[in-house]
Design a binder for this molecule. Sequence first.
Ligand SMILES: Nc1nc2c(ncn2[C@@H]2O[C@H](COP(=O)(O)OP(=O)(O)OP(=O)(O)O)[C@@H](O)[C@H]2O)c(=O)[nH]1
Ligand SMILES: [Mg+2]
Length: 694
Amino acid sequence: MSRITVGLAGNPNVGKTTILNNIAGKNLKVGNWAGVTVEKAEVEFTYNNYTLHIIDIPGIYNLTATSDAEKAAVQFLVDGEIDVIVSVLDSSNLARNLLLTVELMELEKPTVLALNMADEARSKGLELDLGKLKTILQTDACFTVANSGEGIDELLDKIINCFENSHDPAKLKYSENVESVLTTAAQKSGQPAQSKYDAIRALESSEQEASEAERTLGVGITKAINDERWKLASSIAKSVTASSKVKEKSVSNKLDRVLLHPFMGIAIYIALFYLMFKISFDFSAPYMDWIDGFMNNFLATASSKLLITLGVPDVVTRFVSEAVIGGVGFVLTFVPLVAILYFFITFFEMSGYLPRIVFMMDRFMHRLGLHGNMMTPLLLGFGCNVPAIMATKNMSSKKDKILVTMMIPFMSCPARLVVFAFFAFIFFDNPALVIVSLYGIGVIVALITALLLRKSFLKGKAANFLLELPPYRLPSLKTVSRIVWAHVKRFIYKAGTFIFLVSIVVWVLLNLPPGIKSADESIAARIGKTITPVFEPIGLSDWRATTSLIPGFLAREVVLSSMGIIYKTSTEDSLREKADENLAPLLKEQAVELWESIKSSFVSVASLGFSTFEVETSDEGSEGLRETIQKSFTASSAYSFMILLLIYNSCVATVAIMIREIGRKASFLFLGYSFVAAWLLAFVFYNVSNLLWP
Ligand SMILES: Nc1nc2c(ncn2[C@@H]2O[C@H](COP(=O)(O)OP(=O)(O)OP(=O)(O)O)[C@@H](O)[C@H]2O)c(=O)[nH]1
Ligand SMILES: [Mg+2]
């Protein structure tokens, strides 16, 4: 079976990753803005007796790279072992896209063209003559619609065909003058160039040859070649486009008139952000309550009953009820919130609204000495800090990259939201307002950090950038659901692996040394009590709270699982009582409550009003746990606890990616800074709020 290595190359946002996802059934990140893919990704699969090794390459406009992501992409295209290059183009934007195709063809490697977004070209009224395009460029080509899968099989056949037959790839011909300059230079150097790309690079890098060429051509060689590429690309585009009645992107333009309006645009943005939280909470709260009740009132009892009946030792039964259900189960309660939040985030990313926010914020960012292009990674940070830090690979200035990397961890992610949601629900009347205030504090701390860095280590101005506004695209429910499901699966997987392992450790430490009468005497309690003095000034004097912070330094959700275990272990009912419970009525009760939850989630979203900025929660469910946690905090110490979790960069995955991107020293300095900042802010908040509301 032959193996074919295929590189997907093209401008940003033309659908390369969507093609790969469609071919291989993957779920790599896609989004409707330029620069989603920042690291090449590869998949391997079998098709018609061939092993296709397909590589998705970050989008580029030309082979002259500036950012890290582009540099890696270009290097791979030039030097990498690629059998067939698939030049992916946006059919509705042919002239600009062909510019890169022309440059790719200078590499003289077997190439196939994929004219993607054929649907958009059709709806714009563009008619493209594929046969003519193939003849001019002497390469094979086909239309594709990556998100529906149209033309994908044809593309695969063409790739195989190209691999089998294209031993002598097409060679572009520029104007006679340019060609003769290239030939002369190659002859003089005595080394025949491997490709036109090599010939151009050799000429550009030899000072003597370059100045000789400039004398012959009247302009510098780089400019002369660029002009040739432009001429060729636009003349091809013109001759293959038999457009009848080209309709402009009228919907996008009309929408932009409102959404990019200096005042209305900002107001709409704030309203959308508000609505996102409001709907997320209103819709998911009843389900979260139900899962919570199901876990604690039914599952915990049922599993204890079963294990006791089976004669399993008590310690195992307690482990299941306290560590597995109390810890991991507690985190899983938040699945509905995570799912609906990712639904909105994905919708924003797929619709094309994200770069519009960047556009609107650009002016404001400038005033702070920052730049609009820093906004994209920052906004991605609200989804997860890890890919957000990776997205800084798109930035061409090293200083800007470090600056943004140090702002991202203050963007609150869904993992933190899960903890905030829990505390906000039990301590405040207006949970959504509390959460929005925390997001706001995160943004302010990020801006202050940026200003401090600009005044000290990272002096200078932000590099210029070009922002491309893609057309609005209505994401299909299928695509969005697939992406949301992938996020939810990851969350559940994390709960079942990482959080489960940490839960075991926490539970064991709560039960050691052997023979202790209460968790208060355990090793965990001793550790918690040792560090409590550090946190006492910010209102955290209960060892159970401070102990949960230690494993919480690994990932934010762990704070919840650990609290679940710690508080449950220290207040658990007697096991024997559970063994006597009758399960049938309990199960019936769960079914009734589920039905009630479904009803109330739809009712609360349907009755969405601006009058209530409030999340409705029923107080049923794990009352025991909520009440005990409630007793060990006050509203101000709970808020101060949340500030700590918001500002302190406690997420191993984020720290790991930071080290990779900006180095160990800077990352650890940042870690220290974020802890001190978090503590100070919590300290000020706690003491001021105690003064104001004693
Ligand atoms: N209408 C339409 N939309 C498409 C098509 N292919 C991709 N898209 C959408 O275009 C957007 C960009 O797709 P991506 O696959 O992320 O583009 P990319 O080329 O990988 O972009 P970068 O990673 O930024 O270089 C997404 O919103 C896709 O859903 C298509 O054939 N038709
Ligand atoms: Mg991509």
